[in-house]
Design a binder for this molecule. Sequence first.
Ligand SMILES: [Zn+2]
Length: 234
Amino acid sequence: MPEADGLLTGFFTQHQGPVLPLVTEAARTKKMLLALEQEIDYIRATVTGLGISAEVLPNQIQLTTIAKDTDFKNMMVNLAEHRAALRKIPFKPPMLYFYISSDYGNRKHPKTGRISFHHGVDLAGTWQENVRATAPGTVIYAGTEGSFGKVVRVQHDFGIVTTYAHLARITVRLGDYIGENHVIGKMGNTGKSAGMHLHYEVRVNNKSIDPVKFMTVGRQISVAGELRQSNLVD
Ligand SMILES: [Zn+2]
């Protein structure tokens, strides 16, 4: 026994060897299950925060009070389903190099001077830069549309549609199924456009959402490793 120095308590002196916290196998399993559940919760909260309905997401399985081996497997599968859902959402930017020349929301129209709601963001880049689909989907419009000039619209899962306007050239056709990063056209200046730029919109169930929100979440989850950073360069 060491000499009492006032620091040792009876609790420690009663033990031989190193003192380890008592963690049962069940408690360890439960802890791991909770970590998986937390990631699923995080994904669900992030996605619904962007206006996507929780009902269209994979079902969320509930943890049982007493953790079993099958719970672990089911939770892993459920997490994989949620991660797969993330890869169907347009989190990527539509161009590799750009700056935002006009934000989403109320603004004075650059040509008419009237206050109007801007349902997308304007991204300026280099002339004829490749414009890419920001998630996998089906081309539901490819043609000319009034002030938008040459436009491509892509229908994604979960009621999401992305729009790419003022294109110089369109490189997809109506009905094409395209993967993310597929080049849909070239950035341009067609339609009623003040200078060359891409007008880019994201709509969820026909309601526009600030595309910057999607790109911001996309960057965060790429860093977390949940969304594989795919190569944007050809
Ligand atoms: Zn615009």
